[in-house]
Design a protein around this ligand. Structure first.
Ligand code: TEU
Ligand code: CA
Length: 554
């Protein structure tokens, strides 16, 4: 079937933290198989599975040593094939993670490439001579802190890495590299995989002039390179289109004014992209401390960015909708109130996101309102956090330890990587052993078993949202209109399809907010609400209240 993903709701699994079945404290493929009934119960249509390939795990699998082998830590290739088959039997699609901007330094391609300048693999990566004084070729930065170049003793050259030094960037200019990647994609198609989430696909083409960034060790000139569209289109023609594989590309630098370029069906590149603009509404732009310079979330900015993408992609692309993933914090802890109003907040964010046009992506634990833990700095595992701590706090000294930790508690990636909280038993039902990464201590109160039987069940609310997406044409097709866009506390918009309009209202504040007068007279029905007492449009919105109100035209 064409475009099945337009009516689908996706669920992202971070396997390491999802469910351990063999008692080593690490989630595994059999854990995913075990939980398929849970995912069916939730009602999702497709699973995006973060990398499970052979990997030294410097970046939790985003450093791949062999694209065709499952890491023994997660299971066997056969278990993966069985997972795909069992998922298909239950009508669940499987989308794997495609990490082809870089490999692990343990990948044989790199091991060979570093040996000499004239072997078969020499040009698989991006090598450059030192400047005459021995220094790095330019001032490009690694996302994980410091220079994007590392000196290799054996080859006597620098190699480029946008992430950890153990993640050398592939040279997409080399047609052999591209054909290896396309073959790998065909291999997994052969195993039944339905599509790809493409890691930093907008970085695969490099500007071969290697222009310095405005400031050292930032990354401005390292995205959306000159041949990006060409490479992606080629991949589309070689694999995606002939084998009908769905694609969603991670696209950190995409801006709404030309956002359709990667996803306009006429251009035959990707089906969807994960954009970043809306996730930066709490960031102080251009600060020396990069992503760690935070400010309170700007709700009007969030609304306008989401609205601009709704408009940009209408009729010429399709939105991928998300607030959380394995690189993002728990949204209710980051932008909401995860204490007094945890249920209201989780369901309010869900309502405004799922109400949009596009395909929603739920990240494991989001469906039960999991929160950020507040660990001490040395309790975190993430390579990005460690690298950035070293760079900003220790070397550059532009941010104090306390300020950095405060930002970590808001946004660090590990916030979303604590083990999944299944029940209140020891280790939260995640594992019989001590988990590889600390559990959030709140698991005795926040867990699947408790949530599902609770009167205020985030899970049940998600079930309803997912069901609405399957049954209501309006959700996929309806026009979008943002209302009261400057309002700092209320998120209100309208969807319209045929003769029905949906008004979606949410209060993102700790105070009551009135319902605008011109909406109070509407005649209609409540489609979904997170406050049972809500029966008319008169009373004010209570903190983090949200609902969908449908109005039928005569
Ligand atoms: O992330 C790419 C990316 O843009 C990150 O730098 C992100 O902005 C940052 O981590 C937010 O704090 C992808 C993967 O999703 C991530 O897990 C990997 O570490 C990275 O690529 C390298 O593969
Ligand atoms: Ca395990």
């Amino acid at each position: 079937m064409q475009d099945w993903w337009k009516k689908a709701v996706f669920y992202q699994i971070y396997p390491k933290s999802f469910k351990d079945t063999n008692g080593d404290g690490i989630g595994d493929i059999n854990g995913i198989r075990e939980k398929l009934p849970y995912l069916k119960q939730l009602g999702v249509d497709a699973l995006w599975i973060s990398p499970v390939y052979l990997s030294p795990q410097i970046d939790n699998g985003y450093d791949i040593a062999d694209y065709r082998r499952i890491d023994p830590m997660f299971g066997t290739n056969n278990e993966m094939y069985q997972l795909i088959e069992e998922a298909h039997q239950q009508n669940l699609k499987i989308v794997m993670d495609f990490v082809a901007n870089h490999t692990s330094d343990q990948c044989t391609w790199f091991q060979e490439s570093r040996k000499s300048k004239d072997n078969y693999f020499s040009d698989f990566y991006i090598w450059k001579d030192a400047k005459t004084d021995g220094s790095v070729p330019n001032n490009w930065g690694s996302s994980f802190g410091g220079s994007a170049w590392t000196w290799d003793e054996s080859r006597q050259q620098y190699y480029l890495h946008y992430y950890a030094k153990e993640q050398p960037d592939l040279n997409w200019e080399n047609p052999t590299v591209r054909s290896y990647i396309y073959d790998m994609m065909r291999f997994w198609k052969g195993k039944g995989v339905d599509g790809w989430r493409m890691d930093v696909v907008t970085s695969i083409s490099k500007n071969l002039d290697f222009p310095d960034n405005p400031r050292p060790f930032t990354t401005e000139n390292q995205q959306n390179g000159p041949r990006m569209h060409e490479f992606i289109h080629e991949m589309n023609q070689e694999v995606l289109k002939p084998f009908s594989m769905m694609s969603v590309g991670e696209s950190p630098a995409a801006k709404s004014p030309d956002g359709h370029l990667l996803v306009d069906p006429a251009r035959e590149e990707l089906d969807m992209i994960f954009t970043f603009e809306h996730m930066h509404v709490d960031r102080v732009k251009g600060n020396v401390n990069g992503r760690w310079a935070l400010k309170p979330m700007d709700l009007p900015a969030l609304k306008k960015i989401l609205a601009s993408w709704q408009k940009e992609l209408r009729g010429r692309g399709w939105n991928a909708l998300y607030f959380e993933n394995h690189d993002r914090a728990r949204v209710i802890s980051r932008w909401g109130n995860d204490e007094e109003y945890r249920y209201e907040c989780a369901t309010a964010f869900a309502t405004v996101l799922h109400g949009l046009q596009g395909t929603p992506f739920i990240y494991q634990g989001e469906e039960i309102g999991m929160t950020n833990p507040k660990f001490a700095i040395d309790e975190y595992e993430d390579v990005e956090l460690q690298g950035n701590y070293e760079f900003y706090v220790k070397q550059q000294q532009t941010i104090s330890e306390e300020e950095f930790l405060a930002a970590v508690h808001k946004i660090t990636r590990d916030n979303a990587r604590t083990p999944m909280q299944w029940d209140d038993s020891q280790n939260a039902g995640f594992s019989d052993a001590d988990p590889w990464f600390k559990l959030n201590p709140d698991y005795s109160l926040i867990n699947v078993a408790f949530d599902q039987t609770s009167e205020k069940s985030v899970f049940k609310f998600y079930q309803k949202l997912i069901e609405l997406r399957h049954t209501e044409e309006l959700m996929t097709e309806g026009e979008f209109e943002l209302l009261y866009e400057e309002d700092p506390a209320r998120f209100i918009y309208k969807r319209r399809y045929k003769k029905t309009s949906w008004y979606i209202l949410a209060n993102f504040s700790n105070h009551n907010q009135s319902i605008p007068e011109d909406l109070r007279d509407l005649n209609g029905r409540f489609v979904l609400k997170n406050r049972p007492e809500r029966n008319t449009l008169d009373p004010a919105l209570t903190p983090y209240e949200a609902f969908i109100f449908a109005v039928d035209e005569e």
